[in-house]
Design a protein around this ligand. Structure first.
Ligand SMILES: [Zn+2]
Length: 491
């Protein structure tokens, strides 16, 4: 039986956010579990749509390998990871790998877009430390998020790379399981070589829907290159990251370096051929609501794509809510606005009472101010929200103390879900937990860039991306960045 060390340390770092990500944020639960150690990694992730869960399940069921879980942790996307958090967690991982004695392989569940306050490529640094610890001959398998910003050096240090194929990320566990199969092949002597090819354009995340063209076509075309045991992996990159290695890339595994390189070059040509096909349309809040006004029988979902806490934004801007309050919409709801100060006021005021207060707009985001108004407190919740959608299956969203309010200054019935913690609104449970009947809504507003599609798209007649203020820029220009290679272009 092969002995495979298993560890996970995930972070998607938004370098445009100044608030650092500390050790505590990796230790507590958010929409994913708290820091897990030893056998708790198995029990604490079992059945979840997480790479580590998929890897362990495949490993445990294989009959040829035994998983040795060390540690798994993740923090909500936010600012740069502090050196203290990075060194502490990486130190725990390598110390425990050493203490395992003889091992045959290592699996790492990483995001691929981690930046620390001292190093732009956190994932490379983790992999380097592990490689230094185990030496050159023990294979390392790494799974990455589809939004990984991968550097060429990573592909020189590891043996297997698998990347989510879907956005929304419905195949996270599958990506871990796939990694196990390929890692076992390496342990059995496959001797695969990796080739890396960067893509020279940034794709805004609201245009990265893998279920539609052009990405569905790009994936299909790349898959046809995967003959003779070749594996073609695609990363689409995380754009809220100003580093020299930010951007999409292709990684090919093949029996020879030459074959892998040729296939990687062909795959990058496929990307180039599809460059003009991406739909980057963004509506202003007023223009989005006007779509509903023009066709009020059709329900509309508006994604507030730039204030997505799942990409590091504050989740407290109120540009879209303000537009709704001033509109003629009869029934609308917006979630999840993060404003612990407002929630505390609502708790003090009590259910069915009216609180006159400023809602949101407290993070000082350019172009955003609080929405002063009168709000009726409809419901208070403790914030342990059991997700029901496919992507976060088995996970609890820890919203913190939360409240549903009715905006009394609106002409119609406009509700807002206000939380104490920043959690991406991507699961219907984030509304149904507050007794909101989504099927009766004319407009639903969600602070999410694309993940919401998995659990909401089938509910409504139309979906649009809306740009209001937020720390996750979706209009990408060279002025936003200082470290990208000169060859990088923008859609
Ligand atoms: Zn992602």
């Amino acid at each position: 039986m092969y002995r495979i060390a298993v560890a996970g340390f995930q972070h998607e770092t938004n370098t445009f956010v100044s608030k650092p990500t500390t050790l505590t944020q990796f230790q507590v639960a958010d929409s994913w579990p708290e820091m897990l150690q030893g056998s708790d990694v198995i029990s604490g992730t079992r059945g979840m749509n997480l790479p580590v869960a998929g890897f362990i399940d495949a490993c445990a069921c294989s009959g040829v390998a035994h998983p040795l879980p060390i540690l798994w942790c993740a923090a909500e996307p936010s600012g740069k990871v502090t050196a203290d958090a990075f060194d502490t967690i990486t130190g725990m991982i390598v110390d425990r790998i050493t203490s395992l004695g003889e091992i045959d392989g290592v699996y790492l569940d990483l995001h691929g877009a981690m930046v620390t306050d001292t190093f732009d490529d956190g994932d490379l640094k983790i992999i380097r430390r592990v490689r230094q610890t185990i030496g050159p001959n023990i294979p390392i398998g790494v799974s990455f998020d589809l939004h990984a910003n991968i550097s060429a050096e990573i592909t020189e240090l590891v043996d297997v790379i698998t990347i989510y194929k879907t956005y929304p990320h419905l195949d996270m566990a599958d990506t871990g399981a796939r990694n196990f199969e390929l890692l076992v092949a390496e342990l059995n002597g496959a001797g695969s070589k990796l080739a890396f090819s960067p893509i020279n354009y940034l794709i805004p995340l609201h245009a990265q829907n893998t279920a539609t063209t052009p990405l569905s076509d790009i994936r299909a075309a790349c898959d046809t290159l995967g003959t003779d045991g070749q594996v073609v992996e695609i990363a689409l990159g995380f754009t809220a990251s100003d580093t020299a290695h930010t951007g999409p890339s292709v990684i090919v595994s093949a029996r020879s370096t030459q074959t892998a390189s040729e296939t990687a070059r062909k795959a990058s040509q496929i990307f180039e051929q599809n460059k003009r096909m991406f739909d980057t349309t963004l509506f202003t809040p007023d223009d989005a609501i006007a779509l509903w006004t023009a066709d009020p029988e059709a329900s509309l979902l508006c994604a507030d794509v730039q204030d997505n806490p799942g990409a590091g934004a504050s989740s407290d801007t109120v540009g879209f809510l303000r537009a709704l309050v001033h509109s003629d919409v009869d029934r609308a709801v917006v979630g999840l606005i993060c404003d612990p100060e407002f929630v505390a006021q609502a708790i003090t005021t009590g259910v069915d009472a009216v609180v006159s207060a400023e809602l949101g707009g407290k993070s000082g985001i350019a172009g955003d101010t609080p929405l002063m108004g009168r709000y009726r407190v409809d419901l208070l919740r403790d914030g342990f929200c059991y997700n029901t959608g496919e992507m976060y299956r088995g996970c609890i969203s820890e919203l913190g103390q939360s409240v549903k309010v009715t905006c009394l200054d609106a002409r119609g019935s406009v509700n807002a879900i206000v939380t104490s913690n920043p959690i991406q609104c991507l699961d219907q449970a984030h509304f149904t937990y507050f007794d909101v009947d989504l099927t009766t809504m004319q407009i639903i507003g969600v602070k999410s860039t694309l993940h919401y599609r998995a659990d909401f798209e089938y509910l409504v007649d139309r979906v649009v991306s809306v740009a209001s203020a937020g720390q996750f820029p979706c209009v990408l220009t060279p002025d936003t960045y200082s470290k990208l290679p000169e060859s990088m272009t923008f859609l």
